[in-house]
Each structure stands twice: as C-alpha cells, then as structure tokens.
Design a protein around this ligand. Structure first.
Ligand code: GLV
Length: 330
C-alpha cells in the first residue's frame, strides 16, 4: 500500500523564513520546533526520533547520537551550503540522505565577503563608531587612514562557487590581482581573471588580502594557525566568511596583538556564538555574527530549497542537492 506524502512527518528544527513553511505544510505533516527546543540535545533527538525528514539549521549538530535515536529518518536537509554540523558518514551508514543548499547563496555570500574586506581595509566600522561617539573634530590627512584595495593581491583559499564569485568581484570590480590555492587547477578562472595557482605557503606570503572559502573538515581545521600567520605580511588582512575552525582563533589573536598582520574581517568563529574575548576591543578587526548569506531573499530561497530536497526524497525522487548520493543507490 502506498503512503501519501502528507503522512510523512517532517520536523523543522527552528522557524524558517518565506513560503517554505506553508509549501511544506501542503505536502507533509510538519512540526516546527519552538525556538530554543533544538538547542536542547535530548529534545532535539526526541523530536527527530519519530520523523521521516528533518529540516535543520547550522546551529543543530546532527551526530551519531541523534541519528541512532531516529527510527524512520530518510532525509536531513541542511539550510546551508556547509554541512560540517552533520556527521555525514554516520548518516550514510544509517541510510539517511543529507542535502545542502548550494548555488542560491553564492552571490549573496560573495557580496558580504567584499563588504567585510572593504570595511576592514578602510576602517568603515571604526569610522562609524568614531563619528557616533562625537569624536570627529576636523578632517585630518591620516584620520582613519587604512589600506588600499584597488590593485592589491587577493589570495583565495578554495576556489569553489563562492570563492569564484568573490574573485570576479575583486578582479573585475576592484582591479585586484588574484592568486589561489586549492585541490585542483581552475583553468577557466585562470583564463577569465588571470588567476595564478600557488603553493600553500606562497598563498600566505603573497596575499595582501587572504579570503577563506574552504569547507570545514579534518584537513582544513586550523588551516590558518600560528605558522601560517607568521608567513603573512605585516600589512595583510585575513577575511573569513567560511567556517570559524578553519582559523585557530587564539593564534589569530596573538598575531593581531603582535602586529604580524594588519587586520582581520571575521563573519564566523570557532565556538559560535561565543567570540574570543580578546577580539572584542581590537580596532583592526571587523566582527559579524555569521551573516554571509543573510539577505531576506536568499534566506527564503535556502529554506525553500531545503524543503524541496526533503519532499523529493520522501516522494521517492532524487533530491537536487544530495551530499551523500551513495545512499540513494542502496
Ligand atoms: C552558511 O554558513 C552556509 O554554509 O550556508
């Protein structure tokens, strides 16, 4: 006997924006957890234990324990492109499809990366604060003087979708020179933007601005640590809009304190929502609360795409964005 989709139970771990919610309501039996519930590990596991599908956010850690408690789970749709919050290997073993939301957030995330780069280089946030504190007495030649962006060298670690979108803005919009480090050659970007692929150490040594666009995994954890920061130039700026643990935050604080690098723009942190206390008073850092893809339209698109991935799996179709497609073959 075939089951209709509305008999499928889908847990949405926190309220999501836009039409995704009602779209999903029309197709499944949806339970949206109230804010705060998913932060409690046992309540999260309990809610998911009876679900066929779960739409989760980056704040939820879907690990072996949560997956082991799930009796009928077929799909976990992450409303994010990164999925380091999910133990994909454990999900694969449990026969659970994991999906993410690439593409719909690429340009929005690249915009924010450039905003952070410009804000850090030109001391935009510091200037705003200075003015609001009524400390501006007169124009002065070196008042809030920062770093040039135009014509400088941008190093990108990880020339994937978002890295490329950042690269295009930087080269075509700001006349920057582009070097990159990554697992493979990207000849089309070398042709299009005159990019040069460099070795790992050379990336740190030559970048005036270094922007991280790597996925977080065991290989990229602390990709930027004291040794790498020691290779960077004193007038260089580190930008991280990828994942916090890619940078050793304690080592970054030491490098900033020692003047080993000029500044940093950070949208992500090792232990979100905590931020290393020593960063807070620093004038040469710009700190944002993980808002890379946070335009209203993009967040709505991400929620809808996550919902579509769930419905596809529960109706026996291929999801648009599986990260462990091998599950679908079994
Ligand atoms: C957000 O951080 C994402 O991975 O989409």
């Amino acid at each position: 006997m075939s089951t209709s989709l509305s008999e499928h139970h889908v847990v949405v771990t926190r309220p999501v924006p836009g039409p995704a919610q009602s779209w999903l309501d029309d197709r499944a039996n949806v339970q949206v957890l109230e804010e705060g519930v998913a932060a409690d590990r046992s309540r999260l596991a309990e809610a998911i234990s009876e679900a066929d599908g779960a739409l989760v956010l980056v704040t939820e850690r879907i690990d072996e324990e949560v997956l082991a408690a799930a009796k009928r789970l077929k799909v976990v749709a992450n409303m994010a492109v990164g999925y380091d919050n999910i133990d994909v290997a454990a999900a694969t073993r449990a026969g659970v499809v994991v999906t993410n939301t690439p593409d719909v957030l690429t340009e929005t995330s690249a915009d924010l990366t450039l905003a952070l780069l410009l804000a850090t280089a030109r001391r935009v946030v510091e200037g705003d604060r200075f003015l609001r504190e009524r400390r501006w007495e007169r124009w002065a030649p070196l008042l809030l003087a920062g770093q040039d962006v135009y014509g400088r060298t941008l190093g990108i670690a990880g020339l994937g979708r978002i890295g490329r979108a950042v690269a295009r803005r930087a080269v075509l919009g700001f006349g920057m020179k582009l070097i990159y480090w990554g697992r493979s050659d990207v000849p089309e970007i070398e042709r299009e933007l005159g990019a040069e692929r460099v070795g790992r150490d050379e990336l740190f040594e030559r970048s005036d601005f270094l922007s991280l666009h790597l996925a977080l995994n065991d290989e990229t954890r602390h990709f930027v640590s004291s040794r790498e920061l020691g290779l960077m130039r004193e007038d260089s700026i580190l930008i991280n809009t990828a994942r916090g643990p890619i940078v050793d935050e304690a080592a970054l604080v030491s490098a900033l304190e020692a003047g080993q690098i000029w500044g940093a723009g950070l949208d992500v942190f090792e232990e979100e929502p905590s931020v290393t206390e020593a960063l807070l008073p620093m004038k040469n850092v710009v700190l944002l609360p993980h808002i890379g893809s946070a335009s209203v339209a993009t967040r709505e698109r991400m929620a809808k795409l996550a919902a579509e991935n769930i419905v596809a799996v529960l109706s026996g179709q291929s999801p648009l964005n599986p990260v462990n497609p091998e599950v679908l073959l079994t």
